[in-house]
Structure formats: C-alpha cells, structure tokens
Design a protein around this ligand. Structure first.
Ligand code: AMP
Ligand code: ZN
Length: 480
C-alpha cells in the first residue's frame, strides 16, 4: 500500500519495520462532549486505512488514545458537577456507541491519559535530565523548544516564525515560560482544576496535553513505530511537540510515516456550534439517516481533499441531500450484491476475517487498487460502479457470480460499508387467480388496451396486490 507522508511530502510505500505487523497510532478523541461528523471523517478514514491494510494481507496493530484530562474535560466536568472520571467515562461510552454504529473496528488498544500519569512524569524527568525541560517558579515544567534541533520539521516552521509565536496555539498557555514557543509538559495546580491534580517531583498538577501521546506511543509501540495519524489540525503544534518530546528522549525517529486527514466542511464553512452547522450522528439519525449513509458520504472524497458536507438545500432547509444520495447508492449496491449472491447460491461466510482469505477480486480488483494507491476512496467507489455496469448477475455462471460477489464483499469490507438488507420480493407466491389477472393485464398492455390494463391493475390493488412493470414482464408483490 502507498500513502502520502506529511514529513517527506511524498507518497511512500508502507512496510512494517519489524517485517510482520504494521504498528500505528491515532490521536483519539477528547471525551468532553459528543464527537461531531468532522471528527468522524478522520476516524472513519483511519478505519478504512486499517481495513485496507489488513485485507491486503498485512497484519496491523492499531493504538488510539483517549484524552480524558485537559483544560476542556476539567472545565466541563466541573460545570456538570461530576467527577472527571464519571464525566469522561460517559462521553467515552457515547463515542464507542457512535463508532460501533459507523462500523469502525475497535483499536487493538485504547489507553487513556489519566491511566498513564506515572509514564508521563517519568518522561518529564528524562527530558529534564537531558536538558530539554525546565521548571518555572510556579511548579510548571516546560519543554525548551530551542534545545531540539529538529523542531518545526513536520510543519515546516522555521525558528524565526517560532520566536514570533507562529499560531495562537503556541501562546495559549498563560503560565510563565522562557520563550513564547515553549510548551507545558506539566501544569501546576490551579484553583479552577478543583480535585483534578496529581503529585509529581515538581509539585501538584497535571500533564500537558501533548505529553500523553508521546508517553503512550513509547509504552505500547516502542521508541520507533510505523505510522502516526490525526486530523490536519494536529500537525502543529500537537504532532510537532510529540516529535520533540519523544525524539529528545529516545534519540530515535518517532514514526516512519505521518498520515494527516483534511477537515470536513459543512455547507462550505468550518463546523462550529455558533454557526449552527455542528452535527452529530445522533442528530442525523433523528433526521432519518443511517450511520451507513453518513459513512458513505465521509468516504466519498479523498482524505487529502476538503470534503464539503451538504446539509442545507438552496432554500436553506436542512434536507441533507448528500445523505439522501448516499442512501440511493447503498440501495443500488445492496441490490447488486444480493443479485450476485442469489445467482452464485452463496453459502460462504463473509465476516471480515474470512474476507482476508479472498485472493481473487474479479471485476472489483481495480477498486481495491484505488485504495492501495494513497487510500483513494472516491476512486474505489467509482471503480465499483464501473464494474457493476459490466456485469449482468443473471447471466453469470454460479461460480463467476460467487467470485464477483466475494470481490464486491471485499471492497465493501475495506470501505466498512454495511449494505441494507434486500427483501426477497420474488419469494412471496401469488395465488393462481391473481397471477392470471396479472397476465391478462400484461396482455392488455401488449394489445395497447390501456383501459382494460388499468381496470385490472385497480382490481389487483383491491385484492391487495401491487403489479410492477419490469424489463422482462411484470412482478407481483403484496401491498404494504
Ligand atoms: P479531538 O476530539 O478534538 O481531539 O479530535 C479528534 C480528531 O478529529 C483529531 O484527529 C482531529 O484532528 C479531528 N478533527 C477535528 N475536527 C475535524 C474536522 N472538522 N474534520 C476532520 N477531522 C477533524
Ligand atoms: Zn496525540
């Protein structure tokens, strides 16, 4: 598989450095409220990435953390009158529910910041010993950015920009520090932290946000691992600071590959509560849309392109035309897959692990190639529909139908698309009298006797049967 690497600005081949398992880390959610559909663009595409790796035959080890202590979690837990643990556990569970609805695979490990305070303290001690960190008078500890030569490599910031405070984010801390770009490793306890503090060699306080990922990566993936990922907003300062912390400690390259996902826009703008365009999965399901439809929309653009989620129509009504379109596409895919399964008399299991064993993707091979080439999800979807145009399930041999069914199933599994269930209309047998009437109507239509055809259609309807015209003739189904 090939993927764009933010560090080298090149599309590079992915190989596990241990020759066996591809080990990667994704920065996880801050659990202080519901994740929005922008967050899920990132988490869903990271999931498609992992699914593609595994289906291509490469075992993966996926670690994703939970940020359960920071300024926002503490502020909102206190405002809600709950302990930090109770508050963040609630939002963690809600996040897990949304992930399950969206059909994201669970990461192999999901460590949390609060569970790794000793690891973070140990890392600060090491950074202090090595001359990369200093304690300020109030008991906070800062990373000395000027002590790390490679700082700014990922985001391509030079020292000049850093001195000037390249973004609001570097100067957000109100604590005392030597340089505007230095960032907090340990934040001394303040009154507004309430009971949320831990003891350390520098006094009571809590770790800075960037440190948790460095500590947990090292604990579970070692000094060096294969890939690190997050939304594009994390390139600077979060990932830049992670690199500075980890590499100054270990002396090794933290990650061989940096995978960043471009943001989701809503109706052409940034998503925010104040703009009224902040959507969660729950809100969309209340509006009548499924998680699979949202997933389809989220994968419909390449991860390096901005994706504009269309929520409102021209009149400003929240009609979610993008989701409605996704629903139609999923129905089409479901019917096609169902027709292949029927024609192939499929009895094979299509669980994710079974699909890893499928060697031949038939007409759907180009769709998988799209995913292997820089995770091109829109290309994969386009190739699926192109392949479908060239296949008439009813004309295939059972063996060919089975092969195409499995090929399509592998692509759906890579994209994580769960197709809606197709009702077997043909399985309901109409009584002989009804079939006779339907045949008479069909004959009337052939004879262009429209009056008689309409009369028979109404009579059938009165008897509880609906007649649909098809290319081959007609189909009878009980009226719902
Ligand atoms: P957070 O919970 O804020 O730490 O964010 C979780 C993940 O979602 C991070 O990888 C962010 O970079 C990512 N993210 C935040 N906003 C968006 C957005 N609008 N589109 C895509 N990803 C986002
Ligand atoms: Zn992180």
């Amino acid at each position: 598989m090939r993927l764009f690497d933010t560090m080298s600005r090149e599309v590079k081949d992915l190989k596990p450095s241990d020759g066996k398992t591809f080990r990667f880390y994704c920065c996880g959610p801050t659990v202080y409220g519901p994740a929005h559909i922008g967050n899920f663009r990132t988490f869903v595409l990271q999931d498609v990435f992992r699914r593609t790796l595994e289906l291509s035959g490469m075992p993966a080890f996926h670690v994703r953390n939970l940020t359960d202590v920071d300024d926002k979690t503490i502020r909102d837990a206190r405002a809600a009158g709950k302990t930090l643990k109770k508050f963040t556990d609630f939002w963690r569970d809600r996040f897990h529910e949304d992930c399950a609805l969206l059909n994201n695979l669970e990461p192999h490990l999901e460590p949390s910041a609060v569970e790794h305070i000793p690891h973070q303290i140990a890392m600060i001690e090491e950074l202090m010993e090595k001359g990369h960190a200093y304690r300020s008078d109030d008991g906070s500890v800062y990373y000395k950015v000027s002590s790390f030569k490679g700082y700014g490599r990922l985001s391509r910031l030079d020292q000049r920009e850093l001195r000037a405070g390249a973004s609001g984010a570097v100067s957000e801390d109100e604590y005392e520090k030597d340089s505007v770009s230095d960032f907090a490793l340990w934040k001394a306890r303040r009154a507004e932290d309430g009971e949320n503090y831990w003891s350390s060699p520098w006094g009571e306080g809590r770790p800075g946000w960037h440190l948790e990922c460095s500590a947990m990566c090292r604990e579970y993936l070692g000094d060096s691992f294969d890939l690190h990922s997050g939304g594009v907003d994390l390139v600077f300062p979060h990932h830049e600071n992670e690199i500075a912390q980890s590499e100054a400690c270990t002396g090794h390259t933290m990650a061989d590959h940096w995978f960043h996902l471009t943001h989701l826009l809503v109706d052409g703008g940034k998503m925010s509560k104040s703009a009224g365009n902040f959507y969660t999965l729950t809100e969309l399901s209340e509006a009548g849309f499924s998680a699979a439809e949202l997933r389809y929309v989220l994968i419909s653009a390449h991860y390096r392109q901005p994706l504009n989620f269309v929520a409102k129509d021209k009149e400003g009504e929240e009609t979610f035309p993008a989701l409605a379109g996704a629903g139609q596409a999923l129905q089409k895919l479901a019917k096609f897959s169902h027709a292949l399964a029927q024609q192939g008399q499929v009895e094979v299991s299509t669980g994710f692990d079974d699909l890893k064993k499928v060697a031949e993707l038939g007409s759907f091979a180009p769709a998988f190639d799209g995913l292997l080439d820089d995770l091109n999800t829109p290309e994969a979807l386009g190739q699926v529909f192109t392949a479908m145009k060239g296949i008439k399930p009813a004309e295939l041999s059972a063996e060919d139908a089975r092969r195409e069914f499995l090929g399509l199933s592998v692509i759906m599994a890579a994209l994580g698309l769960q197709l809606p269930v197709v009702e077997d209309e043909a399985e309901v047998d109409a009584p002989a009298k009804i079939v006779e009437m339907a045949q008479a109507r069909w004959q009337a239509k052939q004879d262009k006797d429209w009056g008689e055809a309409d009369r028979l259609r109404d009579e059938l309807a009165a008897a509880g049967w609906e007649i649909k015209d098809t290319k081959e003739g007609f189909e009878l189904c009980p009226k719902s």
